[in-house]
Design a protein around this ligand. Structure first.
Ligand code: NAD
Length: 467
């Protein structure tokens, strides 16, 4: 993996001094998850806007179950919700002097029913935001605007997105800020999302909106090994992001089948060996690939399908021959569609199965020289949106990760100036690691994420590109 030399130099004693004097960006070393770690180390402050805040109690329950050290703001409803959830919480009085610090600030904004009430955001975060620790977490929870009862409420809830995206850009020191929209009736589905966003598993995810919808499924999960007993297929698993996905899914308990082209057979076998899984040498664009994949698993025997294989074939459109376009489109999009059809029609994907796709920031923001790539990756998002109801019907889900600048072979081949710009033009001032993408894939793949369907989550450190 290419080294982030700038990041290392600027964090050395002399580099720190120079960066401070000259205003150069100084990326902090992000915390990352290791097996056995608690969900979060440090205190979580729980607060809520006045009004009918419907998530404080479910949140208090999640924090209790996750053994998170918690404090609550003074308001009566938050205190009583914590008590109802048997959450042993300290009290934070913003008016009292003190140097109390927080690892996370969690705010239930569902009670905001009108734009005049948005000031509750200022009320909660103004006295607390500068108390947040390095690699801290901010989570604001609201209602999807389309599910709101009145136009006024929908307007105010939509406004939350501007707040979280801006706060993500100003908070600094490796902290991440997200908005979680919880549909009415999905209050009992927030657990996996809140745990993911509180923990260092979401190190490189910031400025995102995750939507949670109702689901009748509430599987019991072992949070240490949520994928125990599950079978996962990861395409493009020989190296890079795919190899990291195979490792993280195996760490979480899955039996992993890694797939890649025969030319990378040796690297693929070494990934498979490392994760105690199996290797499947196959070109996904081959005519019989969908059938070969379907035959590899028993009916209902595949729980998680990760479409990670992908290529770039950059050229400006005026210089783009048809074969360069088509070869890429086949690998990045059309082959995935055929594989989905074979696995869904043949009943190979388990009833409550998961499909996780790998899109790209290029598919959201567009990129010069990548009309073919961006078309394919926007198509991946279209595929997620189109198949969401199909998977929902079966008790399953389909979601996508959209990586930004990730330190891999793909990005190490970029020209230096472009590479350095890619690394720094985001709120966290650094590139992500393949494991960051893999952790988000594992979050989608978890049986506990039954209410997380049709989402596209960017793993981009809140890149300045795109929305
Ligand atoms: P990579 O080139 O290291 O890995 C891609 C893997 O896909 C390779 O092992 C390759 O052999 C395999 N593959 C390609 N064509 C295949 C085929 N026809 N059949 C089977 N396997 C095939 O690249 P990476 O950076 O690890 O990218 C993984 C995914 O992430 C891709 O979909 C890519 O578009 C996406 N992505 C990467 C970045 C980044 O910054 N690296 C950013 C956004 C999106």
């Amino acid at each position: 993996m290419p080294a982030d030399t700038y990041g290392q130099v600027v964090n050395s004693p002399v580099g720190r001094f120079v960066a401070k004097r000259t205003g150069l960006p100084r990326p902090v070393a992000l915390e990352r998850h290791s097996p056995g770690d608690p969900v979060i180390r440090g205190q979580v402050l729980l607060g809520a806007a006045p009004g009918a805040a419907r998530l404080v109690e479910p949140l208090a329950r999640v924090l209790h179950d996750a053994h998170a050290e918690t404090a609550t703001s003074l308001e009566g409803p938050v205190r009583s919700a914590a008590a109802a959830a048997r959450l042993d919480a300290a009290v934070f009085n913003a008016a009292a002097p003190g140097d109390q610090r927080f690892k996370a600030l969690v705010f239930d904004a569902t009670g905001i029913a009108d734009s005049t009430q948005l000031v509750a955001l200022q009320g909660f975060f103004h006295p607390t935001i500068r108390r947040i620790e390095t690699s801290g977490r901010v989570i604001v929870l609201g209602t999807p605007p389309r599910a709101c009862a009145t136009p006024r409420e929908a307007t105010a809830q939509r406004a939350l997105e501007g707040f979280t995206r801006s706060l993500g850009k100003e908070v600094g020191r490796g902290a991440a800020v997200q908005l979680v929209e919880v549909a009415p009736g999905a209050e009992d589905q927030i657990d996996s999302t809140v745990r993911f966003l509180l923990s260092p598993r979401s190190a490189y995810v910031s400025g995102q909106v995750i939507r949670i919808t109702a689901s009748p499924l509430h599987p019991e999960v072992d949070w240490g090994r949520p994928l125990l007993g599950r079978v996962a297929l990861v395409t493009g698993a020989a190296r890079g992001i795919g190899a990291a996905i195979a490792e993280v899914l195996a760490r979480d308990g899955a039996r992993v089948v890694g797939l890649d082209v025969p030319a990378l057979g040796e690297e693929l076998r070494s990934t498979a060996e490392r994760v105690g899984g199996e290797a499947m040498e196959l070109d996904i664009t081959a005519g019989d690939a969908p059938r070969a994949i379907a035959e590899r698993f028993a009916p209902g025997g595949l729980d998680v399908l990760v479409h990670n294989a992908g290529v770039t074939r950059d050229r400006t459109l005026g210089k783009m021959p048809a074969d360069r376009w088509s070869e890429l489109m086949e690998i990045n999009l059309s082959a995935e569609e055929r594989i989905n059809d074979a696995l869904l029609d043949g009943g190979v994907l388990a009833e409550n199965g998961r499909i996780v796709c790998v899109s790209s920031l290029s598919g959201i923001a567009g990129n010069a020289g990548q009309t073919n790539y961006a078309t394919s990756k926007a198509g991946v998002i279209g595929m997620v949106e189109a198949l969401e109801p199909v998977l929902r019907e079966r008790g399953g889900t389909i979601n996508a990760v959209a990586p930004g600048f990730i330190e891999t072979r793909m990005t190490s081949e970029m020209p230096l100036a472009l590479r350095e710009a890619g690394r720094r033009m985001n709120s966290l001032r650094q590139g992500g690691l393949p494991v960051d993408v893999a952790e988000t894939v594992a979050f989608f793949a978890s049986p506990a994420s039954a209410g997380v369907n049709g989402n596209v989550v960017r793993v981009c450190g809140q890149s300045l590109l795109g929305a």
